[in-house]
Design a protein around this ligand. Structure first.
Ligand SMILES: Nc1nc2c(ncn2[C@@H]2O[C@H](COP(=O)(O)OP(=O)(O)OP(=O)(O)O)[C@@H](O)[C@H]2O)c(=O)[nH]1
Length: 350
């Protein structure tokens, strides 16, 4: 919007000023009446375009920046004023290069060529029309100026084409770099197999969350989850199938845990979950729901298999360090395993 306003207001003011000077020097055919009628219309158009963008109606267009329509409108205003000039026509048409400059970085090569063709052909039609009416004082000079204008325009279009090629290549490279960066960031914080957070990142998040929970911002539940008899699953159905089970569990955490909850794979078949909660009961309900979903999973390659997990679940106590919380959750998990697996053992802070 700011760019559009700048182009239309500054470009329009410069165009008006040059034509007004030509009017003062007596070379504007039709005099002040035609000048004010013409520039009144031109400014109504400029302000109409600005109003259109200001009200947000442009967002409904395919290209909300409206670069091409604005370029075409501005070229038409130059051509319209060129019709009334007895002198200085080339100076006015030269504003086209400023219009082109505005468009080069924003529109496609085809659109630049279209705008250039409109300017060159429009300029030629203006001259032919004036010549037919006998209003062209120096036809040869005007034709020479048109030729010069056309050659410079051609050079500009070729340059614009080069710039567009470089711009597109840069955009492609930027896209590739952004993708690479995202992948590097993912590798640093995510577990490759499951897409859950990695152990290192989980520890960083836990330290941060413990700090916030300590300040009383919320209550944080921390759970150690360990799939039961995973070695047996691997041995019976193969390592690849074991991987599928891990991925399925990760999917379930994404589906059953809330937006503010977090799940990480600490390694092997061991996971950490963190849930900001109101109380332990809420945490227990969430984890029970996740465990039921895991138990209900069926696998094509092993239809009779029921995967379960043991969980040690606790909440972060006032002033507790992440290590203290992890040790307690680990101890609870051990108790769950010892008590026969497929269960959640909970305990609050000491
Ligand atoms: N498929 C697969 N298996 C893994 C991966 N990482 C570790 N494991 C296996 O996970 C198994 C873990 O076995 P254990 O630590 O003995 O535990 P468990 O068999 O689950 O027994 P409990 O925990 O006591 O119920 C081992 O056989 C590891 O080889 C992995 O990325 N993919």
């Amino acid at each position: 919007m700011r760019r559009l306003a700048f182009s239309l207001l500054m470009g329009g003011a410069a165009h008006t000023l040059v034509c007004w000077l030509i009017l003062q020097w007596g070379f504007f055919r039709g005099g002040a009446t035609v000048f004010y009628a013409l520039f009144g219309t031109i400014w109504a158009g400029h302000l109409g375009l600005l109003l259109f963008a200001r009200t947000g109606l442009n967002r409904r267009l395919n290209n909300p920046a409206m670069t091409e329509p604005v370029m075409i409108w501005c070229i038409l205003t130059l051509l319209a004023s060129a019709l009334y000039l007895d002198q200085g026509r080339l100076a006015v048409m030269a504003f086209f290069f400023a219009i082109l400059h505005q468009g080069v970085f924003r529109v496609r090569r085809r659109q630049v060529a279209r705008a250039a063709a409109l300017a060159v052909a429009g300029y030629a039609l203006v001259l032919l029309y004036l010549n037919a009416r006998g209003d062209l004082a120096q036809p040869l000079l005007e034709a020479g100026q048109w030729l010069l204008f056309s050659l410079v325009t051609l050079a500009m279009v070729l340059l614009a084409s080069e710039i567009t090629t470089i711009r597109l290549r840069l955009r492609e490279r930027n896209g590739q770099l952004a993708e690479l960066l995202e992948r590097i960031q993912d590798l640093a914080v995510k577990d490759e197999l499951t897409g859950l957070y990695s152990r290192r990142h989980a520890m960083e998040l836990l330290a941060k969350a413990c700090g916030q929970a300590r300040r009383g911002a919320f209550l944080l539940a921390v759970g150690f989850v360990d799939l039961d008899h995973f070695k047996r699953i691997n041995d019976r159905h193969g390592h690849l199938f074991g991987d599928q089970v891990l991925v399925r569990f990760a999917e379930l955490t994404r589906r059953y845990l809330g937006d503010k909850d977090m799940a990480a794979r600490l390694g092997g078949e061991e996971f950490l979950i963190m849930l900001p909660v109101m109380d332990m009961e809420q945490a227990l309900t969430s984890v029970e729901r996740l465990m039921s979903a895991l138990r209900a999973q069926r696998f094509m390659a092993a239809p009779a298999l029921e995967v379960t997990a043991s969980v040690g679940l606790t909440v972060v106590g006032h002033g507790e360090s992440p290590d203290e919380v992890l040790v307690r959750a680990d101890r609870l998990l051990y108790q769950a395993k010892a008590a026969g697996r497929d269960r959640i053992i909970t305990a609050g802070p000491p």
